[in-house]
Design a protein around this ligand. Structure first.
Ligand SMILES: [Zn+2]
Length: 119
């Protein structure tokens, strides 16, 4: 259905999608996509379909792009800034179930305990 997305075709302003984020890391793409969806931002992912249809391995050269509606771009950028800040933090271990969590997660993905930042 999304056979071809012509980013240069900005004819219809209501339908303008901007590339907010690109990465060659499938996991990171999904992480960012999840953060955006949590903020009720509709996203389109470009590039991922190629790699998933060819097998399990992500291809390093296949940049995955996350597109957001132009009107949501400022909000998306804000989320990305937060994301990059949290990424510079280290992973943390859940005090409740000892599960290892990525720094971007604010609560344990496993048991839902909140991350208590020791500052
Ligand atoms: Zn936990």
């Amino acid at each position: 259905m999304i056979a071809k997305l012509d980013l240069d075709a900005m004819g219809n302003e209501l339908d303008t999608w901007c590339c907010l984020f690109s990465t060659d890391n499938v996991i990171e793409a999904h992480l960012v996509n999840g953060l955006l969806n949590q903020a009720r931002i509709t996203t389109k992912i470009q590039g991922e379909a190629l790699s998933s249809s060819l097998g399990e391995l992500p291809f390093a050269n296949n940049a995955i792009k996350i597109l957001v509606p132009a009107i949501k771009l400022p909000l998306g950028e804000e989320i990305l800034v937060n994301y990059h800040q949290s990424k510079s933090n280290e992973d943390w271990q859940c005090p409740n179930c000892n599960e290892q969590n990525g720094a971007a997660f604010q609560c344990c993905w496993h048991c839902g305990s909140e991350y208590e930042q020791s500052k």
